[in-house]
Design a protein around this ligand. Structure first.
Ligand code: SF4
Length: 544
């Protein structure tokens, strides 16, 4: 928890999350009636408590304490957002690291930037991180900020969304077997997701989601929510897959599979590897077998070898032949050679055709990452014997390794922003949805570009590694809190029924803070824009 605002606020309010207050943003039960000025829900609420209405839990917070999510507090009888709101500077962080430098947290009105509006409007972007929100969004978003892009008047609507319908898609660059497709993924023993369709060189997980957050036991929902919070905030999480591996994953870091840190993402499947390196092997080896759980490649049978005029070696490979030089299912999936379960590559060789193979024939067996490689020569009985690998061949193995990219775990947040959140931007929410689909509005999350899925709703997907640290929060309904910003021209905002009376200049925001005082952040902190992120107001289609 941030200690900003009141460092003594380290105790949070205890609430009964089993009561009727636990409906999320998209739950079927109607949310509570919310008054313009929140009135105590209980006549018995002590006079020194105030009610937070930023989520359906409606904490009654004693003076000097925080609410159940640690995001809101009672500061001398006033409800405040504990964390500072994050601004981005147009100047990017170092492109070497992509990391954002940070300046100190300052109270609104305390900076000289407030007196240099023209420069600030071009140079600062208000993100939804720490911005605060209400539930449902019965008031205009906390920040509806006017700025300039050259001569164009721009508007950015800034808020924090409460997401029940949300998940994380995790791409793990490895050819190792992590678990059967559709298997449950667990955290602390609770089911928090599943293994989904493998992609090229990567295993994929789908984690979180409304069914685990709210459709199971309270413990499942709590563990899922905590896991999602950690994953979104770029922290490591430990997972286990039923019938598969134990994992430690962190956004932007190498995955750890069964205690071993992954190093390389495969250069391609076995067939692709044959295609890439065939010429480099020609003249140095009589046969090359690239062991791969997906497609094991055999050079002399493969089209690449035929094009080079290579003659068959007579090697017989186990598994199901797909097309010439390409074999499926040579072994079981595993963590051995090429994502199979084999430790000895000869386990996939049935033998050699004596009518074709010859003593002295030279055979390279190699994996798709080059991490495994063995050189053989056939003896007089056509049995492969391990021999010293020639330098020219070793260089090709090293080149396979050189062409492998570093293995990473990448984490994308996927959330649905098509609900009441839109009411913070416009009195006619479908117009915001349409304007986004018409590419009149740029959607960002913490300043990071968000992909908006086609079709209905506002379903956004964003790479968490491009968002500021600690962008995500939770509420105990349980649901995830994530920043979201909508940027468009003033004209587009006017046309979609925006809350024009709530538009404020950046100068006013810097000097006075957000529009609403109740539940508002008291301070701000400015981070350098992530080096990979475009300046949000200048993203296409704004340039067009
Ligand atoms: S936002 Fe946090 S403090 Fe406010 S009601 Fe919800 S859990 Fe309680």
């Amino acid at each position: 928890m941030s200690s900003y605002g009141n460092p003594t606020m380290t105790e949070h309010t205890k609430v009964d999350f089993g009561a009727e207050r636990v409906d999320g943003e998209t739950a079927s039960t109607p949310g509570p009636t919310v008054l313009e000025k929140a009135a105590p829900r209980s006549e018995r609420m002590a006079s020194n408590k105030i009610e937070c209405n930023a989520c359906p839990v409606l904490c009654q917070i004693s003076e000097g304490r925080t609410g159940a999510c640690d995001r809101y507090a009672n500061a001398q009888g006033r409800l405040i957002r504990v964390d500072p709101v994050v601004f981005l500077s147009r100047a990017a962080a170092s492109s070497d690291t992509g990391e954002s430098s940070t300046n100190a947290t300052v109270a609104f009105g305390a900076s000289s930037e407030a007196h240099d509006s023209a420069q600030a409007e071009e140079a600062l972007f208000v993100t939804g991180v720490g911005a605060s929100s209400t539930y449902p969004d019965y008031k205009p978003a906390p920040f509806i900020v006017a700025s300039k892009l050259g001569d164009v008047d721009m508007i950015t609507v800034v808020t924090e969304g409460i997401f029940s319908y949300c998940s994380f898609k995790v791409k793990i660059d490895t050819d190792r077997f992590l678990g059967p497709e559709q298997s449950n993924v667990r955290c602390q023993g609770e089911i928090v997701g599943h293994v989904t369709t493998a992609e090229y060189g990567s295993q994929m997980l789908s984690l979180g989601g409304v069914h685990h957050l709210t459709g199971g036991s309270k413990k499942e929902g709590r563990v899922t929510c905590d896991m999602m919070l950690a994953l979104g905030n770029k922290q490591a999480v430990e997972l286990s897959i039923d019938g598969g591996a134990n994992l430690v994953i962190r956004a932007g870091a190498a995955p750890i599979v069964d205690g071993v840190e992954e190093q390389r993402m495969r250069v391609g499947c076995g067939s692709a590897t044959i295609g890439i390196f065939a010429k480099q092997w020609f003249g140095h080896a009589d046969e090359v077998v690239v062991v791969d759980d997906h497609i094991t490649g055999v050079l002399t049978e493969h089209q690449a070898g035929r094009c080079l005029g290579m003659t068959r070696s007579g090697v017989k490979i186990r598994g199901r032949k797909s097309t010439p030089g390409r074999y499926f299912q040579v072994a079981n999936p595993g963590t051995g050679w090429g994502g199979t379960d084999i430790q000895d590559p000869l386990a996939i060789v049935e033998g050699f055709d004596p009518a074709v193979a010859k003593p002295g024939m030279r055979l390279l067996m190699v994996s798709t990452t080059g991490e495994h490689a063995q050189w053989y020569e056939l003896d007089q009985h056509l049995v492969p014997r391990i021999a010293a690998m020639p330098d020219a061949v070793r260089r090709t193995v090293e080149r396979i390794g050189e062409n492998c990219e570093p293995s990473l775990a990448t984490v994308l947040f996927l959330g649905g922003a098509g609900g009441s959140l839109r009411a913070g931007a416009t009195e006619n929410p479908v117009l915001l949805t349409r304007a986004i689909k018409q590419k009149l509005v740029n959607v960002t999350c913490g300043g990071a570009p968000a992909y908006v899925w086609p079709g209905g709703g506002i379903t956004v997907m964003v790479d968490v590694s491009r968002m500021p640290d600690r962008s995500f929060g939770t509420v105990p309904t349980p649901a995830i809190v994530a920043p979201i910003e909508f940027t468009m021209t003033y004209g587009a905002y006017r046309d979609l029924g925006g809350h024009l009376d709530a538009v404020r200049s950046l100068e006013s925001v810097l000097a006075n803070g957000p529009e609403h005082t109740e539940g508002a952040p008291l301070a701000r902190r400015t981070l350098a824009r992530h080096a990979d992120n475009p300046w949000p107001p200048a993203m296409p289609p704004m340039l067009g």
